[in-house]
Design a protein around this ligand. Structure first.
Ligand SMILES: *Cc1c(COP(=O)(O)O)cnc(C)c1O
Length: 350
């Protein structure tokens, strides 16, 4: 195909975490899924929406996601004009680049963070600036004024799990000519959020996902909070029926059941703290986590050996071959029982 755009021909495809076929036989701690089911209201709402013999599926969904936006707006204490729903937060990351970064223009993200940003900017044909992290988890050599069109800040950071404090995020926003997008995929597991800054900083956008904290990775649901003119731009770009009827009612039910969310968050955070302290006792270095995973380094720095040992025991964690991360493993927080199994295996592996 000689007419393919050059950047598409040359770019590498994104590689998602492995989803094993015989999933039930694995302890699966590699893609930060939630170990608990979503609110029971979600399945009820989906079944009701399907209707008798699937009759409702004949009709297009609400192209504006009006109800879900209103529920999210109430939750985040903003006007609904400040909210957009999405087919996974990945859709938002993609459309934010399309809205703000022209081909050949500059955009930035932190390294290490979510590697999908690189894929998306390659598709757009954008020029990438990457900023490393110092020992205090601050951006290295971030200029007094960054003239790129967009900066992605993953907070809590994936795969490391720390969170940027709000005063730092506010200062970064003040140094960006373009927009600062705070990807808060894990923020429900954290002690704070940049959501409070969206109204104060005129170039700040926050994205969230229902994949992790709401246990809905399989439904593909995300949302963003931003100024109405940004939301309006994102509304122009998206597919008009980007959320199907089942996803819409699932989002509404999940966002309404905050008690369910909080109950699961409490369990996961408790397990995270317990598992972290146990691994420290084994001599591991564990970065204090604000997410539903931890990044850990074995005493001999040979993370690949531990990965293999776990793999042989059908425990799947995430190992990154990339030089900055290859000394460690990212381990999702599962149920207490799953983490006990994992701890036992790690004790054996040594
Ligand atoms: C999981 C994840 C996403 C993607 O969320 P979806 O809503 O499932 O598309 C985005 N950003 C980060 C940092 C993530 O870990």
């Amino acid at each position: 195909m000689t007419t393919l755009r050059k950047n598409i021909a040359e770019m590498a495809a994104y590689v998602p975490g492995m989803q094993p076929e015989n999933e039930a036989e694995w302890v699966k701690l590699n893609t930060n899924e939630n170990p608990y089911p979503p609110s029971p209201d979600v399945a009820k709402a989906i079944l009701a929406e399907v209707g008798k013999d699937g009759a409702n599926l004949r009709k297009y969904p609400d192209a504006r996601s009006k109800k879900a936006r209103e529920i999210a707006a109430r939750l985040f204490k903003v006007d609904p004009a400040w909210v957009i729903m999405a087919n996974g937060s990945d859709e938002l990351l993609n459309n934010l680049i399309r809205a703000f970064v022209g081909e050949g223009e500059r955009m930035a993200f932190v390294h290490p963070s979510y590697s999908y940003y690189a894929t998306l900017s390659d598709i757009q044909g954008a020029q990438i600036d990457q900023f490393g992290l110092d020992d205090d988890f601050r951006l290295v050599d971030f200029p007094e004024r960054y003239s790129g069109k967009l900066l992605f800040l993953t907070s809590p950071n994936a795969p490391l799990g720390f969170r940027f404090p709000n005063d730092y995020i506010r200062k970064l926003a003040g140094r960006c000519d373009g927009v600062l997008v705070v990807d808060e995929a894990y923020s429900d597991f954290a002690d704070g959020s940049a959501m409070d800054l969206v109204e104060q900083c005129d170039n700040l956008i926050v994205t969230r996902t229902l994949s992790k904290s709401y246990s809905l990775a399989g439904m593909r649901l995300g949302l963003a909070v931003a100024r109405p003119e940004v939301i309006a731009a994102l509304d122009k770009i998206r597919d008009h029926y980007h959320l199907d009827r089942l996803a819409l009612v699932a989002a509404e039910a999940a966002l309404l059941d905050q008690d369910w969310l909080v109950e699961n968050l409490v369990k996961i955070r408790k397990t995270r703290e317990w598992f972290s302290s146990q691994l420290r006792e084994l001599g591991y270095r564990v970065i204090p986590s604000q997410a539903n995973f931890i990044f850990v380094t074995p005493p001999d720095l040979d993370a690949e050996r531990v990965y293999q040992g776990l793999f042989e025991r059908q425990i799947l964690v995430r190992y990154f071959t990339e030089p900055l991360l290859k000394h460690g493993l990212r381990i999702s927080i599962g149920t207490r029982e799953e983490m006990e199994t994992t701890l036992k295996a790690m004790t054996e592996i040594g």
